[in-house]
Design a protein around this ligand. Structure first.
Ligand SMILES: NC(=O)c1ccc[n+]([C@@H]2O[C@H](COP(=O)([O-])OP(=O)(O)OC[C@H]3O[C@@H](n4cnc5c(N)ncnc54)[C@H](OP(=O)(O)O)[C@@H]3O)[C@@H](O)[C@H]2O)c1
Length: 257
């Protein structure tokens, strides 16, 4: 049976680079995002360059029922998903009370609910087959609350917590789950979230290709946690845990303004 990698958010940024990496290894692809044109363009590029099959599925994953539709599409077409990359996501950089609730509900549905649904649907089949690899994209935002990004940071904290719990449950099943935590990365994320106006979204950011390659290698090795970059790792695992919470929140409020 042919094996496939399913990548959500494959129309740009980190997800697009993940798709290129799988293609380079000869893995067939299912590309998911809303922008059909971008998916068609990428599919044409990859099938021209590599001897692989590429299916595209254009959908809005902030409607959670569409996760089920993606799964049904794969089942109906006999697409055997061995690798799942839950990458689609967006953030919103603004004070909580200035953001319309509908935007935040969409964010929670996409970043959290559809990620859980896809992990459940495809992960169950992987466990039954005794093999598979899942990568969930969280963020260094997952390690602390984010004033002025309150809901986004909380969605990523959910992804980190959920994914690590599942990593433990999956031990011995033949299925691995890796949580990728990028720090600020150059992609469309900055413009979509409005975060590109912040000082740390500068020109020296790592690009999506570097982050995807790091995530790809970590996924293939079955690593539990993959924090990209030494500075991000040190901040998330050492600096944040030892800093008193109130001090941390004051500093973050200033930094994230
Ligand atoms: N860039 C950073 O600084 C950074 C840092 C930490 C974590 N991350 C995380 O990394 C992941 C990828 O982000 P990126 O940096 O590559 O940003 P990006 O370039 O904006 O890519 C986001 C992807 O998600 C897709 N997407 C957005 N809304 C969607 C929806 N409702 N339904 C289906 N797909 C949707 C977009 O495609 P369509 O618009 O075509 O739907 C796009 O392909 C996200 O989970 C993000 O939170 C990014």
């Amino acid at each position: 049976m042919l094996e496939y990698a399913l990548v959500t958010g494959a129309s740009s940024g980190i997800g697009l680079e993940f798709a290129r990496l799988f293609a380079g290894k000869g893995v067939n692809l299912i590309l998911v995002a809303r922008r059909e044109e971008a998916l068609v363009k990428l599919s044409e590029e990859l099938t021209r360059e590599f001897d692989i099959r590429v299916s595209i599925y254009s959908t809005d994953l902030s409607d959670v029922s569409n996760s089920n539709a993606v799964y049904q599409f794969c089942a109906n077409n006999g697409l055997n998903v061995k690798y799942l990359v839950n990458n689609a996501g967006f953030g919103l950089a603004a004070p909580f009370f200035s953001i319309p609730l509908t935007n935040e509900v969409q964010m929670i549905n996409l970043n959290v609910s559809s990620l859980v649904a896809l992990t459940k649907l495809f992960g169950k089949d992987m466990v039954d087959r005794g093999e598979g690899k899942i990568l969930n994209v969280a963020s260094t935002a997952a390690f602390q609350p984010g004033p002025n990004w309150a809901v986004y940071f909380a969605t990523k904290a959910f992804v980190l917590s959920f994914s690590q719990a599942l990593w433990a449950e999956l031990r011995g099943t033949g299925v691995t789950l890796t949580t990728l935590c990028p720090g600020p990365t150059s992609s469309e994320f900055g413009a979509v979230s409005g975060g590109d106006k912040l000082a740390f979204f500068d020109s020296r950011l790592p690009n999506a290709k570097q982050v995807a390659l790091f995530g790809f290698k970590s996924m293939m090795r079955g690593k539990r946690l993959a924090i990209h970059g030494f500075k991000n790792k040190f901040t998330s695992l050492v600096l944040v845990p030892i800093t008193p919470r109130e001090l941390l929140l004051r500093v973050l409020l200033w930094m994230l303004k």
